[in-house]
Write a new protein. Structure first.
Length: 689
């Protein structure tokens, strides 16, 4: 069975390699523009993202349009075999617009309107901003959406942020009226507004959260987050509507990054292709070692791939350093290729950079680029980029291949917003994202493919679902999880799960609320621990997972009662001693594990998931022992498997392969029994499926 989908554009049935390109900054330097074309080919680049911040170059005065520079750029791309993602330039606007129409400027939560400046600072509701955006977008679409160089739309740039202007306030109220069936009574109940006499008696009394106003009504805060996300998506849809009809075949993306303010699962629904930008701070600090960072990056690649269950694009990354890190370190030898191909390993069909050429002035003049101020190819960075170009050119058969996962981890925006807003149980650091990563990392280290899903997603395809700190879970989704387990699925949930429902009201009748029956436990009390407090999980001899050991636990602990579940491990100390800390409950055909406290040591999670994955019959990408910091990720077309063995450990490694026959995708040679990896090295292996 073929497990391949078509490339982003039939015009380029190859891996994409390229960068954000801003020729409008260099129109007075024609020799540089000519040189860029030569260098792009030399670097093995086949795509550029253009027009991203070019509004003033397209419309220098209101209603006066200048497209000639883009005409000649795109024509020169065609002559040189380079393609383009054409951006809509809404992410930053000309000064004339802010001057004439102040309503386009964003209002902060303190109700102060910003002055003109920066970028990503427009109101998503302003009728004028929407009108001006649609007008320019439609002109671009009319002129370029059939252009042979153009392979897709790059809508705006990294949508994010929020606006509190009067337009946005009214839109918020309308959004609430729809959600609560025009009933203030429903809204007041959903927000538990009788608390501190916050009951609303007219829609006009409702305001977005403000530092000098309301910040304590969790239901309001959560609905505001959802509204901001919906309104941003609505703006993106507005942009899409202004270009789509000119060429319905042209795929549409918008470059995401890891912002908090947008529910990307919802945004994904209106896009054809997912793309995202990532800037891991390699070699950053001693605490933030490259292995943790590699796992973090891998998890996010998986998240973006899962959004559409098909290959995504790495739209931006830096070829060397960034200009916004506290300390801008260079990528050590090998790291550029390793981190670029890491994206491909997790399902990207591109490696793209910010930026092609360093700008001569202004904010990002010291941000890494393929071409430095020196202007030539004789640099380490350029050579690193060219090497990636060469590797990607040899991976065309991987375009569109899939990454089948039998394991999923739940990580969703509603939960993320709610859990961080909840006052208590550990205001000094609840560490939700870190916890999700802690679980993910153990699977990543073993080369187990993982999808990153939301609690509303279909669960039926997975053998194992992990729900770390699933604080917000609706009754309905709780029931879906219950059915999933009943029908034979394996679940692992942790402390601080099943606490509140959709509008942030606590589940009554005992935690973990709608997961209580599934997990077969009652969590009577949950507490935050000081950094100096230490407890532990002692795994009981002969338990169902055959796990043993004594592991430190800290930060959060839950006192649970068994209600059908059996204990696999107990607390080590304090008045918790001997009480269940790790449990399993059998329900229908499936099993549900519960971890009641935060175990500190990564080795615990590796041991736990090795045992659970074995029991659940989950396969690994490579059936070899992988040293710590080495991972293997798999893509497949249904006939061939491609395994990316990546060494983030910081030392040379030798891996005993599993006895199957492998060829090396770069050299075409047979791979010996022992695979040697250099520091920051990787190998792309191919085997028959
Ligand atoms: C973001 C933006 C780019 C650039 C980079 C710098 O990802 O989209 O325009 O500013 O950051 O790292
Ligand atoms: Zn606004």
């Amino acid at each position: 069975m073929s497990m391949k989908c078509p490339p982003v554009s039939m015009k380029v049935p190859a891996m994409l390699h390229g960068a954000d390109y801003s020729p409008e900054q260099w129109l007075k330097y024609p020799e540089i523009l000519r040189e860029d074309l030569r260098l792009m080919k030399l670097a093995g680049c086949n795509v550029m993202s253009v027009g991203i911040f070019s509004w003033v170059s397209f419309e220098p005065e209101e209603g006066v349009f200048t497209f000639e520079w883009m005409d000649s750029l795109l024509d020169s791309f065609v002559e040189n075999g380079i393609y383009a993602f054409l951006a809509t330039p809404s992410a930053s606007r000309p000064a004339w617009m802010s001057e004439k129409y102040p309503e386009v400027l964003r209002v902060e939560s303190n109700r102060v309107r910003n002055l003109h400046g920066h970028r990503h600072n427009h109101c998503y509701t302003s009728p004028i901003y929407r009108e001006k955006t649609a007008l320019l977008n439609s002109k671009l679409a009319e002129r370029y959406s059939q252009h042979p160089a153009v392979i897709g739309w790059h809508i705006s740039n990294e949508f994010g942020g929020e606006c509190h202007c009067d337009y946005c306030q009214s839109a918020f109220k309308e959004w609430l009226k729809v959600k609560y069936d025009n009933s203030l009574e429903k809204l007041n109940h959903a927000w538990w507004a009788a608390f501190w006499s916050h009951t609303y008696t007219s829609w006009e009394q409702i305001e977005s959260p403000a530092p000098h106003g309301e910040t304590q009504v969790h239901g309001l805060n959560l609905d505001w987050r959802r509204f901001v996300s919906d309104q941003t998506i609505d703006f993106c849809q507005h942009e899409i509507d202004s270009v789509r009809s000119y060429n319905p075949e042209l795929p549409i993306t918008t470059n995401m990054h890891m912002v908090d303010s947008i529910d990307y699962r919802k945004l994904a629904k209106i896009l054809d292709v997912i793309s995202w930008d990532v800037y891991p701070e390699w070699h950053y600090t001693e605490e933030d070692d490259d292995v943790r960072l590699a796992a973090w990056t891998a998890m996010h690649h998986d998240l973006f791939r899962t959004l559409k269950q098909k290959p995504f694009l790495l739209m931006e990354s830096t070829p060397s350093l960034t200009n916004w890190q506290s300390v801008s370190k260079l990528k050590r030898p090998g790291m550029h290729k390793l981190s670029s191909i890491q994206a491909v390993a997790h399902g990207s069909d591109s490696v793209q950079y910010f930026q092609w050429r360093k700008s001569r002035g202004s904010s990002e003049k010291f941000h890494g680029a393929v071409v430095d101020h020196n202007g030539h190819e004789g640099t380490r960075v350029f050579q690193d980029v060219a090497e990636v170009g060469k590797t990607l050119a040899g991976l065309s058969e991987l375009v569109g291949t899939s990454t089948p996962a039998q394991t999923a981890i739940i990580y969703d925006w509603d939960n993320r917003w709610a859990i961080k807003d909840a006052q208590g149980i550990r205001n000094s650091g609840l560490r939700y994202e870190e916890t999700v990563l802690q679980h993910y990392r153990a699977l990543w280290e073993q080369g187990i493919s993982v999808d990153v899903i939301g609690s509303e997603d279909d669960l039926s395809a997975y053998k194992l679902i992990i729900a770390p700190m699933l604080y917000l879970i609706s009754e309905e989704n709780g029931q879906r999880i219950e059915q999933y387990v009943e029908q034979g699925g394996t679940l692992l949930a942790t402390y601080w799960s099943g606490i509140v429902g959709e509008t942030d009201l606590c589940h009554l009748g005992g935690f973990p609320g709608p997961l209580r029956k599934t997990l077969g436990i009652w969590a009577e009390e949950t507490e935050g621990l000081h950094s100096r407090d230490l407890n532990g999980v002692v795994l009981q001899a002969g338990n169902a997972l055959e796990l043993s050991g004594d592991y430190d636990a800290h930060e959060i602990a839950e006192l649970i009662h068994l209600e059908g579940a059996e204990a696999l491990g107990v607390y080590r100390s304090d008045f918790y001693a001997g009480r269940p800390a790790l449990t399993v409950n059998k329900l229908g055909e499936g099993e549900a594990y519960h971890l009641a406290t935060r175990v500190k040591d990564p080795a615990f999670y590796v041991a736990l998931y090795t045992a659970i994955a074995n029991k659940a019959g989950i396969s690994r990408s490579l059936d070899s022992d992988l040293p710590a910091g080495v991972t293997a990720q798999l893509r497949t077309d249904g006939e061939n498997d491609y395994i990316f063995v990546q060494n983030f450990s910081g030392s040379v490694q030798a891996i005993q392969l599993d006895g199957q026959e492998y060829t090396d995708m770069e050299s075409g040679a047979f791979v010996p029994e022992v695979l040697n990896l250099t520091v920051n090295g990787l190998s792309i292996l191919k085997r028959k499926r």
